[in-house]
Design a binder for this molecule. Structure first.
Ligand code: PEP
Length: 248
């Protein structure tokens, strides 16, 4: 953790759930308590409204998993940042490795989307992370530094933007980097944020993501500059998600 920074535990529900199951999941999360962390859940676009209703008056923020770079227009199938804000979202995950892989999203596109999010007062959660081949080649830190340079817009720090370090090879695999490797990468990300944004970069939240579970959360969240977690699979079970939050 970074001293003085309140952790954020974010659930990425990806393309999972039915109307009934996401309502139940949201209600389960909202019924819990997490005195030591802020909570955020990010359902699929079509589930934003029912989840917003389930979270009404609760201390759980709502986020989306992507947005278009333009506020409106002829973009069939896409969803704009103003639409997300209108539904009650206050965060938007951007540049997740699944978006980068499935939709070929580039750093420049992620940056444009983050700018769109900021224009609608959404806090961007910008994801970065190396592939396994890049880590084995000793390139992980340089890859992530390059993604940060390319993906973060200038207004990122002033808006309290969030960075999520998610090694691609750790997502959904049950594998995690060593604690030393997580700490080293988070220290590098902190240094990059301070170089780019000055003092404001020293308190931005840097989340770790990739196979975070109740059993490993405490050790990971105790590492320096790990200011929370972006959780995929384990966020689909309210008790597991809350157990991770309790470890913060
Ligand atoms: C993710 O996709 O953001 C993620 C971290 O997934 P998981 O926790 O399942 O590895």
């Amino acid at each position: 953790m970074t001293p003085g920074v309140r952790p954020l535990i974010a659930g990425n529900w990806k393309m999972h759930g039915t109307l009934a199951s996401v309502r139940e999941l949201a209600e389960g999360v909202a019924a819990g308590t997490a005195p030591g962390a802020d909570l955020l859940v990010c359902p699929a676009f079509v589930h934003l409204s029912p989840v917003a209703a389930a979270l009404q008056g609760k201390a759980v923020a709502l986020g989306a998993q992507d947005c278009h770079a333009n506020p409106k227009g002829a973009h069939t199938g896409d969803v704009s940042a103003p639409m997300l804000a209108d539904l009650g979202a206050s965060f938007v995950i951007l540049g997740h490795s699944e978006r980068r892989a499935d939709h070929g999203e580039t750093d420049a596109e992620v940056r444009a989307k983050a700018e769109a999010g900021l224009a609608s007062k959404l806090t961007p959660v910008v994801c970065v992370g190396e592939s396994e081949a890049q880590r084995l080649a000793g390139e992980a830190e340089e890859v992530v530094a390059g993604q940060l340079t390319g993906s973060l817009p200038d207004g990122f720090a002033a808006a309290g933007g969030v960075v999520a370090y998610e090694p691609v090879w750790a997502i959904g695999t049950g594998r995690t980097p060593t604690e030393e490797d997580i700490a080293a990468m988070h220290a590098r990300i902190r240094a990059e944020l301070e170089k780019r944004f000055g003092q404001a970069g020293s308190t931005l939240r840097i989340l770790y993501g990739g196979s975070v579970k109740p059993g490993n959360a405490k050790a990971i969240l105790a590492l320096p500059h790990v200011d929370g977690a972006l959780v995929g699979g384990a966020s689909l079970v309210a008790a597991d998600f809350l157990a991770i939050a309790a470890a913060a």
